[in-house]
Ligand binder design. Structure first.
Ligand SMILES: *Cc1c(COP(=O)(O)O)cnc(C)c1O
Length: 801
């Protein structure tokens, strides 16, 4: 069965047969969840041949393969993407219409695959799609968490976390379990070295725990190109021969926990042994498989770097160089120098943060207890590094700063940098700051390893899938070529002064806004007008992202309107979506305050509907697909230097929102692409921020006391205006005034207010606004992850097509 010759008639026959065979129901009786499962199973058979062919190619073609190791993958729903990429989305939709079925209902019956926290995991998922689409041999390696990122409910304004049991009892419909590729993982115990018959030192393990890592492969379908790559997710099982070692439920549970939950924390405070085991489990399983697969080609192991690249996405899999050494030396008998030489040529690493306190490190004792042999190898790598640097006469204090084992900790970024050949940041500014600041000493030692790869997004998901009406208008304006080649969007630049075209794009935005307004009404009961500016901030809740600055502006508008209900302003709807890490007190207080302010303003009739605040619960990829195309304003207001790149900024740009931003992360590159007139910039740049750090001259209390607007806005938190959030109000006030406002909100406040006033003025001129919006869409092609991944493939991994 080939997908190319599939007809609607054939599809309908297949679909009905499968439904009857598996569920014994007719179309009329089936519920959306059943229809979804059947649809997924039917389309699986259309791509299975290509998928298994691709898996064989790894060994048969002897081409280099990149393996992307990531603790997080956040693809969201797969159905529509898979259909689109197979080229049968329209066919299936038409068939559903013929059958009298509701495609939307069936599509929404799929659970989001949320094996990630936010941007980092979403990027990994984007890269999977783009690797398949560009045709490079690049496979993913991760964990099959039973529970994805928690489901967020808002109860009385507070975040409540619920378990996300995303694949229920039947497994994930897209995956295939590959039992025969099971590998062993060794944890705990004691290890000592003993000479074997040939006089070589071999490790002897005592009391180690042996577990099975069992892979589940999830297809990654390229865009209409018959390429299907693999995302391999590992699950844990107790080997049959050790079943008796774990007689109690508690003992079994402790093991199952290894793949139970994704840590709901994207700020790296985590210090649990379980987390280290998760990281090691995934890394070891992936590397063992890679070596086995490579050896099938009959090539010598010391040249594995010629056929394999291993990429470390953030430090979570950064144990990889040490584990690879362990396998090469202990299991395959390579000598240290040979093993090290090939290891360093195999590993590359992406850094995702400039916050040095967020760089992952592990307590030595914890590490030694958990993976004792790997720890021995890290000690040896560290010793040799120190020795080599001393020989090169690197100053002592630099060696001490860059070595892997320092104080009582193993420093994972240091291991990834020393044990690999490439380190990249994720936006121009971020990479510059890594070189100049966070990783400065490493940049002195290994300048050749550093490079930048600005993040990207899968344009297909954010336009063709999330914004079908917009996509249609683009088709009508410049033809359909952009669906294959996103760079054709630039043709839209020819229509920036065409009032007719501008009006069509404006209308399309209104349609998306109406859809979101209906969702808001349905889920929160709040009525919003599509005539208002939809001003959106959706992303993880974090102090540095400054959702609170947004809220300060809203409170200012509230007092303006209370003083003067006739204030001349374009009505605004402020829309938030954000999950807070469950242990992140500050972030949770901000959520509560947003909801309290929402209560204050939404039902106050004196405001004449000019101000609405909506917090949509459970922000995830599917919700992003609904919200982002409906945004007029994209809030990207992190303190300059803190947001490594951001990717939602790119999604908003591509669907025609105007970015309101600080000069941070990829906002800078968005500004370069769209031009100064089509973006609104405010606040300090990173040089000003750094000057404050150096001069130690920031004093938030004096800003609070001397600026009457700020006084009034901040007092709102503590003067009884928000009776439902007295404690949270006091906490936040204290953070901003008493604890000197770590992220300089008060310093950027007035500039933000002015920028917001500029937005208000710009929106009044519909044609001008539409021109800005279209300019954003027309110049967004730079941020396709297809191009980002091509750069990784060429510059870092050296892959061929
Ligand atoms: C794109 C995306 C993110 C990343 O958003 P930033 O604003 O770049 O932090 C986080 N979560 C989801 C669900 C996303 O789709």
């Amino acid at each position: 069965m080939s997908i190319k010759t599939l007809t609607k008639k054939q599809f309908i026959t297949d679909f009905k047969e499968k439904l009857y065979e598996e569920k014994l129901v007719t179309l009329e009786e089936a519920v959306p969840a059943e229809l979804f499962t059947i649809l997924a199973k039917v389309i699986r058979k259309y791509y299975t041949n290509e998928w298994s062919k691709r898996n064989e190619e790894i060994t048969s073609k002897q081409q280099k393969v990149a393996y992307y190791f990531s603790m997080e993958f956040l693809p969201g729903r797969m159905l529509e993407t898979n259909l689109l990429n197979l080229g049968i989305l329209d066919l299936v939709k038409e068939a559903f219409t013929d059958l009298g079925l509701d495609f939307e209902a069936v599509k929404t019956a799929e659970y989001d695959m949320a094996l990630g926290n936010g941007g980092l995991g979403r990027l990994a998922a984007a890269f999977m799609d783009s690797l398949a689409t560009t045709g490079y041999l690049g496979f993913g390696n991760g964990l099959r968490y039973k529970y994805g990122l928690f489901k967020q409910r808002i109860v009385d304004g507070y975040q409540v976390e619920l378990a996300d049991s995303w694949f229920g009892s039947n497994g994930n419909v897209w995956e295939v379990k590959k039992e025969r590729h099971t590998v062993d993982i060794k944890l705990f115990g004691q290890v000592y070295l003993k000479k074997d018959d040939a006089g070589r030192l071999k490790p002897v393990y005592e009391n180690a725990q042996i577990l099975h890592a069992v892979p589940y492969d999830v297809p990654q379908i390229g865009y209409q190109n018959q390429v299907i790559n693999n995302l391999r997710l590992w699950d844990v099982e107790i080997p049959a021969e050790y079943e008796l070692n774990y007689p109690t439920l508690t003992e079994r549970r402790r093991i199952q926990d290894i793949t139970a939950v994704l840590y709901p924390d994207d700020s790296n405070y985590e210090g649990q042994q379980l987390r280290l085991i998760q990281e090691y489990f995934m890394t070891s399983a992936g590397l063992q498989t890679i070596i086995k697969s490579y050896l099938k080609q009959g090539l010598p192991l010391e040249r594995i770097h010629e056929k394999v690249a291993v990429h470390i996405n953030d430090t979570h899999p950064a144990v990889a160089p040490a584990e690879f050494m362990r396998l090469l030396i202990d299991d395959y008998g390579l000598d240290w120098d040979t093993a090290w030489s090939t290891t360093v040529k195999t590993m590359s690493y992406t850094n995702h943060t400039i916050l040095s306190e967020a760089l992952e490190k592990w307590d030595i004792d914890l590490f030694k207890t958990t993976i004792p042999r790997v720890f021995q190898i890290i000690v040896e790598i560290d010793n040799r590094f120190v020795f080599e640097m001393a020989e090169k006469e690197v100053p002592h204090h630099i060696i001490e700063k860059t070595r892997i084992i320092k104080g009582h900790h193993v420093h994972m970024a240091n291991l990834a940098i020393i044990g690999g050949y490439s380190v990249n940041g994720v936006a121009k500014l971020h990479t510059e700051l890594l070189k100049a600041d966070t990783l400065k000493d490493f940049y002195q030692l290994y300048p050749e390893k550093f490079n930048n790869k600005t993040n990207g997004i899968v344009q297909r998901r954010w336009t063709q899938i999330a914004a079908p009406e917009l996509s249609k208008v683009i088709d009508e304006t410049i033809g359909q070529g952009w669906r294959q080649d996103i760079h054709e969007l630039r043709k839209l630049n020819a229509y920036l002064d065409d009032s007719q075209v501008l009006a069509e794009f404006y209308q399309v935005k209104q349609v998306a806004k109406a859809k979101l307004a209906a969702y808001i009404k349905e889920t929160t009961g709040i009525e919003v007008s599509t005539e208002a500016i939809f001003d959106v901030q959706v992303k993880r809740l974090h102090a540095y992202k400054r959702q609170l600055l947004n809220l300060l502006h809203i409170i200012k508008l509230y007092w303006d309107l209370k003083d003067n209900p006739d204030k001349d302003m374009v009505p605004r709807v402020f829309i938030f979506g954000a999950k807070a890490a469950p242990g992140y007190h500050f972030a949770k207080s901000v959520i509560k305050l947003i909801n309290e302010v929402a209560n204050l303003v939404n039902y106050d009739e004196t405001l004449q509907g000019k101000l609405k605040v909506v917090f949509l619960e459970n922000y995830n990829v599917s919700l992003a697909e609904l919200i982002i195309p409906a945004a007029d304003v994209s809030e990207q207001i992190s303190l300059a230097s803190k947001e490594a790149s951001g990717t939602s900024n790119m999604k908003f740009m591509m669907t025609g929102a105007i970015t309101l931003a600080t000069l941070d992360g990829a906002n800078i590159e968005i500004k370069e692409e769209v031009g100064d007139d089509n973006i609104v910039i405010f606040g300090m740049d990173k040089d000003e921020v750094y000057r404050h750090y150096e001069a130690h001259d920031y004093y938030s209390r004096s800003l609070y006391e001397n600026n009457p607007i700020l006084t009034r806005v901040l007092d709102t938190f503590i003067n009884g205006s928000l009776p439902g959030a007295v404690r949270e109000g006091a906490d936040i006030f204290e953070a901003l005034v008493t604890h000197n406002d770590e992220y300089f909100l008060l310093a950027d406040f007035m500039s933000y207010i002015e920028a917001q006033e500029q937005i208000d003025q710009l929106y009044r001129d519909q044609e001008k606004w539409s021109r800005m919006s279209l300019a954003n869409i027309a110049n967004s092609d730079k941020f396709t992850s297809d191009d980002t991944i091509t750069e990784y493939a060429k510059d870092i991994w050296h892959l061929e097509k």
